[in-house]
Design a protein around this ligand. Structure first.
Ligand SMILES: O=P(O)(O)O[C@H]1O[C@H](CO)[C@@H](O)[C@H]1O
Ligand SMILES: O=c1cc[nH]c(=O)[nH]1
Length: 241
């Protein structure tokens, strides 16, 4: 059976793992981009697939929504062999510079979530992206000429508690957008000494229930996944030099 939540065995998960929140996005990534994808777990709809992209073994593992689920999935993905974990998500734009449809590559995430707080007993801690993943992600976005923003994001628990006023306040502190998993993923990866990163497409402005038009969102997510996979290829090539 494997882990409690991810029903897989070591050897079924690749070193490079994409982490979408949404199981449908996982299936779409596996079917669209990976060669010979194999579904290794579907327990609790946390779909996980392994295949190859340009010859590099890559897994796609659903995190579900929110830090409690993302922390469990990150922990178990690492136990199963994941070493470079890259969240590929969506976020609500908080900063006026970020427009719906834009790609954001996170340097770090303000941990406005209960999971990170529990890990550190309330002590201050800064969940940051691994520099190696950040560097590869930025290079892949530049190489692919994909418009992107690089900076601070915020991870929160209560999707519907966020307001445009809240967004404005955090934008004045440099936060580009809010999402719900990155701080837990960065934290669990750091505690295990493995690499983690996060990129996300802005699906809406914070507090605005109007999401970007579906075809535009699909196109932006498609570009993001290409950037993420090319970043893994750059890291793989660097490791095998
Ligand atoms: O699109 P995903 O990756 O699920 O990410 C965002 O979407 C969900 C909220 O709608 C949260 O999981 C948030 O982080
Ligand atoms: O967490 C999220 C993700 C997308 N859009 C939001 O408004 N919040």
């Amino acid at each position: 059976m494997g882990e409690i939540h991810l029903h897989a065995e070591p050897g079924q998960v690749a070193e490079f793992v994409l982490l979408p929140g949404d199981p449908n996005r996982s299936r779409w990534i596996a079917e669209t981009f990976l060669q010979d994808p194999v579904l290794y777990t579907d327990n609790r709809q946390l779909l996980g697939y392994t295949g190859t992209y340009k010859g590099v073994p890559i897994s796609v593992q659903t995190t579900g929504m929110g830090c409690p689920s993302a922390a469990i999935v990150t922990e178990e993905t690492i136990r199963l062999g994941g070493r470079c974990l890259l969240r590929v998500g969506t976020l609500g734009a908080s900063h006026p510079r970020v427009r719906p449809g834009d790609l954001v590559i996170a340097q770090a995430s303000v941990p406005n979530d209960g999971t990170t707080r529990q890990f550190f007993g309330g002590a201050p801690y800064a969940p940051i992206a691994s520099y190696r993943i950040l560097e590869a992600a930025v290079q892949a976005a530049r190489d692919g000429r994909v418009k992107h923003h690089i900076g601070l994001i915020m991870t929160e628990d209560a999707f519907y508690a966020s307001t445009p006023e809240h967004a404005k306040l955090w934008a004045s502190r440099g936060v580009l957008g809010f999402e719900m998993e990155a701080s837990a993923i960065f934290t669990v990866a750091a505690l295990h000494g493995v690499h983690a990163g996060c990129m996300a497409v802005a699906s809406n402005n914070i507090g605005d229930p109007e999401f970007v038009e579906p075809s535009m969102l699909r196109q932006s997510v498609h570009s993001m996944i290409e950037v993420a996979l090319e970043a893994f290829c750059l890291m793989h090539a660097e490791e095998n030099k």
